[in-house]
Write a protein that binds this ligand. Sequence first.
Ligand code: DLZ
Ligand code: SF4
Length: 522
Amino acid sequence: MSTLRLILGDQLTRDLSALDGLDPAQDVILMAEVHDETVYAPHHKQKIAFILSAMRHFAQDLRAEGLRVDYVTLDQPGNSGSFSGEVARALKQHGCDCVVVTEPGEWRVLDMMRGWSAALAVPVEIRDDDRYFCTRGRFARWAEGRKSYRMEFFYREMRRETGLLMENDEPVGGQWNFDHDNRKSLPASVTPPPRARFSPDAVTRNVMALVATRFTTHFGDLDTFGWAVTRDGALEALSYFIDACLPLYGDYQDAMKQGEPFLFHAAISPYLNCGLLTPREICLAAEHAFRKGAAPLNAVEGFIRQILGWREYVRGIYWLRMPDYAHSNALDAHRPLPMCYWSGETKMNCIAQVVKETRANAYAHHIQRLMVTGTFALIAGIEPREVEQWYLAVYADAYEWVELPNTHGMALFADGGLLASKPYAASGAYIDRMSDYCSDCAYDVRKKTGPGACPFNLLYWHFMIINEARLSRNPRMAMPYRTLANMEPARRETIMREAEAFLQSLASGTEARGAGQITLGL
Ligand code: DLZ
Ligand code: SF4
């Protein structure tokens, strides 16, 4: 008996369930670089280079252990270009009798795998992915019978179950959540530490050359590549974060500053989501820093909540609701994604900065994603599918299970409130409070209407007006709708007219060139 064990690009974990019971003498491990996966979204060049290089290093480590690895490179003659084709080829080549895989991170791949047994005429075992704190079944039990799925309650159960940051049955510090301490803007006197940067080795340089020639039209810079591509490197990045960044991570986790894309963030999500790090070891490392007095509770609790709470919760929602989840469009948003999401060419400095940093790093931190590009797409009424494809493509940590609920549910409210209790609509004032973007912007954040008014201000009220019938009964939206009720009809008309003109100028590309808008100082 010989088993073919398939490992996907986001399953680079030595104790993956697909490897349980492996017989080194008989079994073959298949890893395949396939064209379909590199183009199902127009991935950032660095994302492709990162995943392929991490796969190649992982295969080297398995071989060094003496395991039989069939590694198919992207340009290898005969590569069929798909997971299905490569599993079929490997079965034939190695004469294996069955296939074992760990459940994938995306519904479309699971759907594909479910057809393999019939198509390949061999047993195919799809095992649970036990790298998460919460299995799909455990989440389904939590969700059963609930009218709404609030992350906070799920998170508390996970804290109790894991014992993370618990003292007997109580949360350490007497509170579950310290978010109110985590909303500081960054004072000029505080300088964030430099990013943990890893120079590409020969394997990565080879992959970068392949990506540079094969994916010329894809978004993103390659020459700024600084990701670790091995488990050792990922562990080094984790310990750098714990020592250099975690103590101030909480205070400044929502802050944004030009030229500082990483601030006090961990930037370890690409490693975590491709399997080089496990969620448990990350949370334990952060908890340890708190217990030995090296990092404060607001930072450690906020960080652990992202991984133990939010990450597990969005995965649970994804598998609970797919494949239908992706199809809702609760706010009936249909505008195409503006070109500036790719080009960065816009006079809106906040968007320009985030797109520029995304292009350079295949990374932006959560507030840049949620409150700049996310909020703008929400209040400008962009088609959810287009926004989702963008996030899936441009970030090195993005796989659909994590990207879709964050975008569809959290940023765009396209699920009608399954994830978020209200839309994260905000005017320019939020960005002004949390960043230094507005002081360098051609628009004036203090202006609500008229020449040079900040588009976030215009679109915020335009959003409230056009969604009045859908949102005004939401108790969490009572305040803006009270303000709207008292608004003079003439002012409403001005907002509608100017917002529509702005959206038109954005679609036609004239916004970036300045036509139709009078900029500050003119
Ligand atoms: C994202 C990605 C890319 C770009 N390329 C590959 C690949 O060539 N081979 C592979 O096994 N995985 C790749 N991945 C990750 C897969 O898309 C990911 O495993 C599935 O989407 C399931 O989450
Ligand atoms: Fe963004 Fe408005 Fe601030 Fe300009 S003024 S950076 S558009 S929020």
